[in-house]
Design a protein around this ligand. Structure first.
Ligand code: 1PR
Length: 588
């Protein structure tokens, strides 16, 4: 049954008036106090916004470029909220919450925007909250808390329970269960949409009137809410490909006129396995930024000229992979360890252009570390990451610097909070931080020959060795370090990594299949998602890695760049093998 609208007030009332009496007793105390202080300052008037302008609440905590790009792609302009009055005077408001709950509430409370939001929502004005923008509507959150929220919806936002082996954060594509006509979700049917979060609100008797869809990840949680003109989604429509754009389009096109169309009745699903296209990017000898690809990390042609292998242009290839149905696109700036990324403006441009019309998650890595330039100016890794996020990245990937941080942590047992990994995950959340591991297999006759975790290997080494350990490297495989992939994975999970990108130098570019021994070792050792990488040559290699290990995603480069295997054929094969994947590239 459709929940009653919050109020019967029309969306664009020529003289809207706002009651200073809360319509919901749940609103938390600070909201109520603010209300008294602020409501008299709101001069509410008919908005002069045209219908093609949507107001965006960006409180400066992270990347909302993707939301802006998606809105623009759908033919609308955005107007930024500068002051609380801009909220109450908006025609349509989108609130893409970014970052952690407590700092977000803090900014909203201090700026007076918490109160303005409550007023706006209680007046049943068109609202779309995204991710944290949904969670903040609840009474409180356990994230670094308890912390009070806006208190409009009954319930406490809590963390997914990983004690039973559930991988947290919940990252990836899930179909949502739409039990009733929800207006903006009408077109998504059984399609998968993209989630990335560690905290969730769960359905209860008290909030059931708000729920418009649920999703299952270890338990049922609230995927979206709807009440009158107020909507919020836990998933990211701006990152959910065509299905996500349809949600935004429905909200933007006609917020007040969703007629009961088809009831989608999407089924809840398991988390789909992701197929990721990876673009190793570097400047070639002519100074052009190109997509390259190595053989065991050697990216130079074995010709007289010895030039860098050139497999295409980064932006064009990323767009193609998005259309082909890639669930994510990763850019690895493979010489980032020696070139300072903020000096590497072409890479930032690649991100900006790509994010204009690629609506799946983008990860970028390479060179994320503290840096002092020739003029003595110090840049923190957080500044580098922030610039990547601002340019359109959803996740950043740290390679070499995470190895040094893990070594220090294992040596001292102390989390200093100073490593790039810790700093970035603290500010942007651990779901935004991937650690890329570049290990090399080292065979052993006896597992006790080394102080690191060694395993029995499926295929013995060249001298008949039955064991191996996986030595981590830095600087693109150029330097081996005294730490194993197993030790590194566990340490970086502790330090705040949200995901592991697990390469293998031995398998890279060989097309002989993923290193199943390594991927099983690491994916069993951690509770964060692991992306299997290096060695894909056939569609069967993808089903093998998903059947034999707990990897959450599989990444490939060479076979996609050389068009030997298409993303679509990988997914069709996985479906035939009863492995859940998101189908459907772009149809617009
Ligand atoms: O150390 O933080 O500056 O990050 C550097 C990043 O660049 C790391 O993520 C590292 O993995 C990557 N990188 C550095 N050198 C190379 C190289 O190839 N010379 N590429 C490199 C790593 C591995 C995968 C590759 C898969 C799949 N490339 O990303 O795409 O192996 O390939 P395949 O399907 O063709 O087998 P920092």
């Amino acid at each position: 049954m459709e929940a009653a609208p919050i109020s019967s007030r029309s969306i664009i009332s020529p003289t809207p008036s706002y009651s200073s009496t809360p319509l919901f007793s749940l609103r938390h105390e600070s909201c109520r106090i603010n209300l008294k202080l602020q409501s008299k300052h709101f001069s509410v008037h008919a908005s002069s916004n045209s219908d093609s302008v949507v107001t965006l609440l960006d409180y400066g905590a992270g990347n909302v470029r993707s939301v802006r790009n998606a809105i623009r792609f759908l033919g609308y302009d955005t107007k930024d909220v500068q002051k609380p009055e801009d909220i109450v005077n908006a025609n349509r408001l989108i609130f893409p919450g970014v970052g952690a709950f407590a700092p977000a509430m803090n900014v909203l409370n201090l700026s007076g925007m918490a109160e303005a939001l409550c007023t706006y929502i209680e007046s049943d004005r068109p609202f779309l909250g995204i991710c944290l923008g949904l969670q903040l509507l609840f009474e409180s959150s356990e994230e670094n808390g308890p912390v009070k929220g806006l208190g409009l919806i009954p319930g406490v936002v809590g963390r997914f329970d990983s004690s039973n082996g559930l991988r947290v954060p919940h990252i990836g594509w899930n179909a949502v269960k739409v039990p009733k006509d929800s207006g903006i979700l009408d077109d998504i049917g059984g399609n998968h949409v993209y989630f990335v979060h560690s905290y969730r609100a769960v359905p209860s008797e008290a909030n059931k009137e708000w729920i418009s869809s649920t999703c299952n990840y270890g338990e049922d949680f609230i995927a979206s809410i709807k009440r009158g003109n107020v909507h919020a989604v836990q998933f990211h429509p701006e990152k959910s490909g065509y299905a996500g754009l349809s949600v935004l389009r429905r909200f933007l096109d006609s917020p007040n006129s969703y007629s009961a169309k088809k009831s989608t009745q999407g089924k809840a699903s398991k988390l789909a396995k992701r197929v990721i296209a990876c673009l190793d990017v570097r400047t070639n000898d002519k100074g052009d930024l190109v997509v390259t690809k190595g053989d065991q990390y050697d990216v130079r042609e074995h010709t007289k000229e010895n030039e860098v292998r050139n497999l295409g242009k980064p932006v064009e290839l990323a767009r193609q992979y998005y259309k082909d149905g890639a669930d994510e696109v990763s850019f690895l700036n493979i010489t980032g360890f020696r070139d300072f990324p903020l000096g590497d403006l072409p890479m930032l441009k690649v991100l900006r252009y790509t994010s204009e019309n690629v609506f799946v998650p983008l990860t970028v890595g390479g060179g994320i570390r503290d840096f002092t330039d020739g003029n003595g100016r110090h840049y923190s890794s957080l500044e580098v990451a922030s610039e990547y996020f601002r340019s359109g990245a959803d996740k950043i990937s740290i390679g070499s610097d995470a190895v040094y941080a893990a070594e220090a942590y294992l040596r001292t047992g102390v989390k200093t909070g100073n490593s790039s990994l810790e700093q970035i995950s603290q500010v942007y959340g651990n779901q935004a931080v991937v650690v890329s591991i570049d290990p090399r297999r080292v065979y052993l006759m006896d597992p006790d020959d080394v102080e690191f975790k060694a395993i029995k290997v499926t295929k013995p080494g060249p001298l008949g060795e039955g064991y191996a350990w996986y030595q981590c490297t830095v600087n693109g495989g150029r330097e081996g370090r005294p730490i194993g992939a197993y030790e590194l994975a566990k340490a970086v999970e502790d330090l705040g990594a949200g995901e592991i990108l697990l390469n293998c130098i031995d398998c890279d570019g060989q097309g002989l299949g993923f290193d199943i021994d390594l991927i099983k070792l690491i994916s069993d050792a951690v509770t964060i998602p692991v992306i299997a990488s290096s060695g894909a040559g056939t569609v069967e290699h993808f089903s093998e890695v998903f059947k034999k290990t707990s990897a959450s995603a599989a990444l490939a480069a060479g076979i996609f760049h050389r068009r030997e295997v298409s993303i679509q054929s990988v997914k069709e094969h996985l479906l035939e093998e009863h492995i859940e994947v998101r189908m459907g590239g772009v149809v617009h």
